[in-house]
Ligand binder design. Structure first.
Ligand SMILES: *[C@@H]1O[C@H](CO)[C@@H](O)[C@H](O)[C@H]1NC(C)=O
Ligand SMILES: *[C@@H]1O[C@H](CO)[C@@H](O)[C@H](O)[C@H]1NC(C)=O
Ligand SMILES: *[C@@H]1O[C@H](CO)[C@@H](O)[C@H](O)[C@H]1NC(C)=O
Length: 245
């Protein structure tokens, strides 16, 4: 963050930029969140046989549950269902649309404040489009970041992503239980601006964020998910599918 002084000028600058760039309440960043099924299922005690990064969600940086009367309706995305099932599977209930319904209500109805995403079909198809465009799973493989019993340094994983996409991701891990000396790779976020151009995920601190308490929401959301931002000083375990998956 730029240093500025005195404090009042900083406040003014932050407020101005927040309001000039976008109307209040409108999101300015979309977070495409991928999770690693093996790690997710270690945490949630489920069973999967999927060894590629799947979609967790497409999250605007502002708002949660923006329109509770806009019900999820899977007939509106019928043409997308084969891809949804493969790319955005419900790891807990593989045959259920519950996960998509949850994501639509929590995040989709907020994303839908932008005309570019103002229908269920637009929202889900854009998420799939971005997921395939990013193609994170292939890029990691291509640069030799593969599930393995050996550990990586966080900087290796981060380096591949930063070099290839030219932006900073947010990489999340499950932190070790007592006495373990590694963290487990779980989630990778890639961020886009309102025009769907890649951007750094790093949080931009604006006074608007702080006044509205959204910063707390973001931190709370991280904690609730069971993930933390990965630690730079601890080995990273990228778990392969276990034999008895
Ligand atoms: C897991 O999937 C692979 C190929 O996708 C298949 O060959 C294997 O039999 C599956 N294993 C189980 C336990 O379902
Ligand atoms: C909420 O969604 C319903 C159903 O799509 C729509 O009719 C209504 O205008 C929306 N409300 C707001 C505040 O966007
Ligand atoms: C769900 O969407 C379909 C297709 O757009 C529509 O025909 C149907 O009425 C909708 N169902 C509900 C409960 O809104």
């Amino acid at each position: 963050m730029r240093l500025c002084f005195p404090l009042l000028l900083c406040l003014a600058a932050a407020l101005t930029s927040a309001y000039v760039i976008s109307p209040p309440h409108m999101w300015t960043k979309l977070i495409l969140t991928h999770h690693w099924p093996t790690t997710f299922c270690k945490m949630e005690k489920c069973h999967v046989n999927i060894s590629y990064w799947t979609l967790h969600g497409l999250w605007p940086d502002k708002g949660i549950d923006c329109n509770s009367s806009w019900h999820f309706n899977s007939s509106e995305i019928e043409d997308l269902l084969p891809d949804m099932t493969k790319s955005w599977p419900d790891l807990l209930k593989p045959l259920s649309p519950e996960f998509w319904k949850y994501e639509w209500h929590k995040h989709g109805t907020c994303a839908a404040k932008a005309p570019s995403l103002d229908s269920q079909h637009k929202y889900f198809s854009k998420a799939l489009e971005l997921y395939h465009k990013v193609d994170l799973d292939s890029i990691l493989k291509k640069f030799d970041i593969i599930p393995s019993e050996k550990y990586y340094k966080l900087s290796q994983v981060e380096g591949v992503i930063e070099n290839f996409y030219g932006i900073k991701p947010k990489i999340q891990c499950i932190h070790p239980s007592k006495n373990a000396d590694f963290q487990t790779l779980g989630q990778i976020e890639i961020c886009f601006d309102r025009d769907f151009t890649l951007m750094d995920c790093e949080k931009q601190f604006t006074m608007e964020t702080i006044f509205k308490g959204e910063w707390d929401n973001l931190i709370a959301a991280d904690k609730a998910s069971g993930f933390n931002v990965c630690d730079h000083d601890m080995p990273v375990y990228y778990p392969p599918l276990s034999e008895n998956a």
